[in-house]
Design a protein around this ligand. Structure first.
Ligand code: ZN
Length: 173
């Protein structure tokens, strides 16, 4: 497994729509393993393939926060939202591609999601709480959408300017 470099906003690859996976191959499972390791290393609770520059519909997540509970590393290929609740919940979201910036985003509190697992088997699950927020945030990445796109333009521009500055500093080393 390899820790991959996470793209920082603004980057054109973060604005693109990712392609569906046709077959869950060994290579794609290895990609998901790299993504999980990259996510845990960051650390974060979710990561989408476009964030490491791979434009395929693959996301990983693990929203188990309690250190006494076993981790639940999930890899979802071609995830799609089948149903979303009318009830919304607000969460102070962040993103590994927008480091150290947080803002409140409203999203459906519960969602039903379908995806292919590592064996290519179709799965369905009803997500609530942080899992529901996380899976929606990651699926947004597959559609070229970031959490800051939900914010007012002024706030979004402020965050983008900070990221441009951060990237300039990182490039200088
Ligand atoms: Zn994100």
């Amino acid at each position: 497994m390899t820790i991959r470099q996470i793209l920082i906003h603004p980057d054109p690859r973060l604005k693109m729509v990712a392609k569906p996976v046709t077959t869950v191959t060994d290579d794609l499972c290895a990609l998901a393993d790299d993504m999980l390791q990259t996510m845990y290393d960051a650390p974060g609770i979710g990561l989408a393939a476009p964030q490491i520059g791979v434009l395929q519909r693959v996301i990983v997540m693990d929203c188990v926060k309690d250190p006494d509970l076993p981790p639940r590393p999930m890899a979802l290929f071609n995830p799609e939202i089948l149903w979303a609740s009318d009830d919304l919940s607000t969460y102070d979201e962040g993103c590994l591609s927008i480091p150290e910036q947080y803002a409140e985003v409203d999203r459906p509190a519960e969602v039903r999601v379908r995806w292919l697992d590592r064996n290519g088997a179709q799965c369905e699950e009803h997500f609530t709480g942080l899992w529901a927020t996380c899976v929606q945030h990651e699926i947004d990445h597959l559609n070229g959408k970031l959490f800051i796109d939900y914010l007012k333009p002024l706030k979004r521009q402020m965050i983008t300017r900070k990221m441009v500055k951060l990237k300039r500093e990182l490039a200088r080393g």
